[in-house]
Design a protein around this ligand. Structure first.
Ligand code: OOG
Ligand code: MG
Length: 254
């Protein structure tokens, strides 16, 4: 199997906003191969000058697993090209069939070189905020296996974050919602994220260390959505509210 070729086709699908058939139909791949493909396709982005800004966790809630029919946590990489200003615009031209999810983000206070136990993980964070993640599977009809979606950098394509609050800001048992044009579409409890959203950070650090992925001071880590994702379209204003955090929004344009 040619990992490079698959990575190239996923990267091109993302760049040209045109979908591909899921790769596992023609060619079954395992989890390790899927992460290898993700890594190659991300190297292509870094070689074009994109800067890595952090990581995202996926399928950390039952709501997301059930919506997409997969049952394991996954991780992908975030870059500066995926970053959108809070209150700004997001053009549909860059996406195939984007969906939005309300999330929580962590910011690392230091470089991390070892696994950190759950009860200590709060000490390596210097900021918390709410976030909107924009996912855009490069596969036709947003259909994929676990391996397919991992190879596709876990559908990562955009994220918006609010102002950073201290690491002591409560993120357990808070309501996080996504609204479109002022109407709440999905609302969930933060503890739907692995029973405790700090578990998502603990898992992100563990997976990064096990896979030799650097974790640097200032890295942003998205915890994964507590609710299903929602398709978005031009003209809409997408907003996330999370108890204790400032609301954030983005306007979708043609
Ligand atoms: C994969 C990304 C999952 C989350 O928050 O669970 C994810 C997808 O649903 O396309 O970002
Ligand atoms: Mg997400």
């Amino acid at each position: 199997m040619n990992y490079n070729k698959i990575a190239e086709s996923l990267d091109q699908a993302a760049q040209s906003a045109s979908p591909l058939q899921q790769i596992s139909i023609a060619q079954p791949i395992d989890l390790q191969e899927a992460y290898a493909i993700q890594s190659i396709s991300m190297s292509r982005r870094y070689m074009r000058g994109e800067k890595r800004l952090g990581l995202k966790m996926g399928f950390t809630s039952k709501a997301k697993m059930e919506q997409m029919g997969v049952h394991d946590i996954i991780w992908g990489r975030l870059t500066d090209e995926m970053y959108y200003e809070n209150g700004g615009e997001l053009s549909m031209k860059k996406f195939i069939h984007p969906r939005a999810e309300p999330e929580i983000a962590f910011r690392l206070a230091q470089d991390i070189n070892e696994i950190i136990p759950l009860d200590k993980v709060n000490a390596v964070v210097d900021g918390l905020t709410s976030a909107i993640e924009i996912i855009d599977s490069r596969y036709e009809n947003f259909k994929f296996s676990l391996e397919d979606v991992i190879a596709d950098n876990c559908s990562s394509s955009g994220f918006i974050i609010g102002s950073w609050k201290p690491a002591t800001t409560p993120i357990r048992d808070i309501t996080i919602s996504l609204s479109i044009d002022g109407e709440v579409i999905h609302s969930g409890n933060s503890d739907a994220i692995l029973g405790n959203p700090w578990e998502s950070l603990e898992g992100a650090i563990r997976l990064a260390i096990e896979n030799g992925e650097p974790l640097k001071k200032g890295d942003i880590i998205l915890a994964g959505a507590a609710t299903p994702a929602t398709y978005i379209k031009s003209g809409q204003t997408i907003e996330t509210t999370a108890e204790g955090f400032d609301p954030i929004f983005i306007k979708v344009t043609d």
